[in-house]
Every structure is written in C-alpha cells, then in structure tokens.
Design a protein around this ligand. Structure first.
Ligand code: SAM
Ligand code: SF4
Length: 373
C-alpha cells in the first residue's frame, strides 16, 4: 500500500498558531527510514518517550479534565486493539528510538487487557521502560499481576487526601479506593511511585503542604502540575490558576525547598529537595517534590514526548490541532516502513512550543482525557 506522507494529518479545529516558527511546514530534510531512524523534529528535538492512551473513558470526573456528564466516548471498534498497540510499541522501540512507554488515558485500568498489553510490550526485543499513569481505582486487585507482567513504574493522580475535597474534585467519593491502590503497589514490589496533583484555586490550593507531608511519609514523590487549558468545560483561567511560583511560596510556609542538583534530562518536573522549614541546609533531606510548570515555566525546548491517542493517531504536542492517523493505514494494510515513516513525518512537524502565552492561543478541541495525559 502506498501512503502519501503528510497527507493523513487531520486538522482538529483551527489554530493560527499551530506549527509556527522554524521549518515545521517544510518537508525538506525530513527523516525517513533510509536516513534518520528516530523521531526528530525541525527544532532538533528527538522524541524517545511515548505516551499511549488506551481508552478515552474514565470512572472519575475531575473538574479540570472531564465534564460531570462525561463525554461522547469512542465506540470500541475505533480504539486500538491489543495487537495494534503492541505493533506500534514495537515500531516505536525497534525502529524509532523510543525508550520509555507510558500507558495512560482516560483511565487505563478500565482496559480489561491491560495486563496482557504490558506483558506483550515487556517481551519486545527492544524492551522499553514501562509505566502507567492512573487514578488507581481498582489497582489494588491488579497490582501484582501488572508487576508480574513487567510494569516498572506507576504515577497515581491524587489531588487531596481529604475525602470531601477529593469527592469535590473528582465528583466521586472514592478516596479510600485510591489509597488502597497506592498501598498495593509497594506490596506488589513496584517502587518509586509518583503522585500527580493539580491545585485548584479555592478548592485544594491550601492543601499542598498536607499532601506533601503525606507523600513524604509514604516514600512517594509528589509532583504538582500547573492546571492547563485542556478541560472539557473550558473553565481554565490563566489569571486565577495556581502558578509554580505560588506553589513554591505556599510549600515554603512549612518546608525549605532546594533545587535538586541532578540533571533534569528532559523530565517535565523541576525537582526540589525538601527539608522542614528552618532545618539546617546540611540536614538529611526528607525526599523530593516536583513542580511541573507547563504554563508559566514551559519546557517545550527540551520536550522528548510523542503521543498516541486511543484511536491510534499521533499527536506531536498536547496542544496540537492536528493529528496523524496511523490506525487507519495499519488496518488498510500499510507495512511497517510506511507506518514508521508516517510517524516520523508527524513528529517532524512538531511545533516549537504550545504558545499558551501568545495572543490568539486556542485551546485544543480535545480535552486531556481524550488525548492521553
Ligand atoms: N486517568 C489517569 C489519571 O488521572 O492519572 C490518566 C489520565 S489523566 C488525563 C493524566 C494526568 O493528566 C493526570 O495526572 C491529571 O491530573 C492530568 N490532567 C488532566 N487534566 C489536566 C489539566 N487540565 N491540567 C493539568 N493536568 C491535567
Ligand atoms: Fe479521569 Fe484522569 Fe481525567 Fe481525572 S484526570 S477525569 S481520573 S482521565
């Protein structure tokens, strides 16, 4: 089958800023299977970190992500099947230089074949590091099987350890299930759990130090994420969101934060060593906390991510207004070279950055749950 490279890139909504700057519009120099093997873009960045969304469905309704009534979810036949996911993971790791694969969603634990998918990806010749981003509901019954299948690391999203605040944010009273899920990870032998938290003004913004204290006591690394304009309800407001600077200020009421000396190495989180406020600077650190300042201290220049939606489309950026369908060509019989070249072409056109602070910025039509966070 012959597929014209660049043609299947589908425009989702219109954004005058997508693809700005650099040579993103030019195909000159674009890597193909015969030249550059990796997922290079026109700004010299190479994507080695793949996020695969396994479903757009979720059992929570976090206010910054999903509307209360849910969304029109994709029918099952539109979603990538296990063999299609594994084929794309194989292409990514064997031909395109991907070294880390993170499964996300929607809620990836809603996939009944999650254990099998992880087992298949862990058996690839170029085995990537395999991780999961989850709300941890239902994790307690599956953690041992996931660990056995080859899951290396887990990030759990948890914005509050207060049951009322948790229910207010997620619109579900399930905090106890999440905490049980987190506990089960240690029992299953999966360590280095990271906790992702979004602070929402007037809801949980004053709970940051409590959440950090809880995470440090459990040996987890807490990472605060700036709220991004990726909510289905379009309630994001740049003027009232809790910024990274504000997070550091509030944490410093109880803790001293010292920038971590380890190289960031493309990680979204800026890490800080944590000590109790007023403790001697050479006293032992209580652990680290991360701040993911996607809005106010953007790290697009060193972005190493490529994303697949649950319907098998490549997004070069969370804020893209275009997607490149891989699943359609695969189902139509495209061979591995063709699919890999489509992926390369999609990443070649990655914009320089999300342009969130630019006049005329438009939020993508798809919310975070439908892209894969
Ligand atoms: N359901 C899983 C979970 O919540 O971990 C995986 C998908 S969720 C979309 C992935 C991450 O995106 C979560 O850590 C969540 O907090 C984050 N997220 C969702 N909407 C966001 C937004 N508008 N701004 C910042 N982070 C967001
Ligand atoms: Fe679901 Fe995760 Fe979105 Fe919350 S952040 S609604 S758990 S997909």
């Amino acid at each position: 089958m012959t597929v014209m490279l660049g043609v299947p890139q589908v425009r989702i909504g219109a954004n005058p800023l997508s693809g700005v700057a650099g040579g993103a519009a030019s195909l000159a120099g674009r890597p193909t299977s015969g030249s550059q093997p990796g997922l290079l873009d026109t700004f010299g960045r190479v994507a080695t970190d793949l996020r695969i969304s396994l479903t757009d469905k979720c059992n929570l309704r976090c206010t910054y992500c999903m509307p209360a009534e849910g969304l029109p979810f994709q029918p099952a036949d539109k979603l990538m099947q296990r063999d299609e996911i594994v084929r794309l993971a194989r292409l990514a790791t064997e031909r395109l230089g991907v070294r880390q694969v993170r499964f996300t969603g929607g809620e990836p634990l809603l996939r009944k074949d999650l254990v099998e998918i992880i087992r298949d990806v862990a058996a690839l010749d170029a085995r990537p590091e395999i991780s999961l981003t989850t709300n941890a509901i239902g994790l307690s019954g599956r953690a041992a099987a996931l660990a056995d299948a080859g899951l290396d690391r887990v990030n759990v999203s948890l914005d509050s350890i207060c049951p009322e605040t948790f229910a207010l944010i997620t619109r579900r009273p399930f905090l106890d299930r999440v905490l049980k899920g987190i506990d089960s990870l240690g029992e299953a032998g999966i360590g280095h759990t990271k906790i992702n938290a979004v602070l929402i003004p007037g809801v949980n913004d004053f709970e940051g130090p409590d959440l950090l204290e809880w995470a440090l006591a459990g040996g987890h690394q807490l990472r605060f994420i700036e709220q991004m304009p990726l909510d289905a309800d379009h309630i994001w407001d740049r003027d009232v969101m809790i910024t990274a600077a504000e997070m550091r200020r509030r944490l410093s009421e109880r803790f001293d934060l010292t920038p971590d000396e380890a190289p960031r190495d493309g990680a979204p989180a800026e890490l800080y060593q944590v000590r109790l406020r007023g403790a001697a600077p050479d006293s032992p650190s209580l652990g680290t906390v991360g701040i993911i300042a996607s809005v106010t201290e953007a790290f697009c220049d060193d972005c190493r991510r490529t994303r697949l939606t649950a319907e098998g489309a490549v997004r070069s950026c969370l804020f893209s207004h275009t997607e490149t369908d891989l699943l359609g060509p695969m189902r139509a019989g495209a061979d591995d070279d063709t699919v890999a070249d489509l992926w390369r072409a999609a990443m070649w056109a990655k914009p320089s950055g999300h342009q969130m602070s630019a006049a005329g910025f438009q939020q993508p039509d798809r919310p975070m749950s439908a892209i894969g966070g």
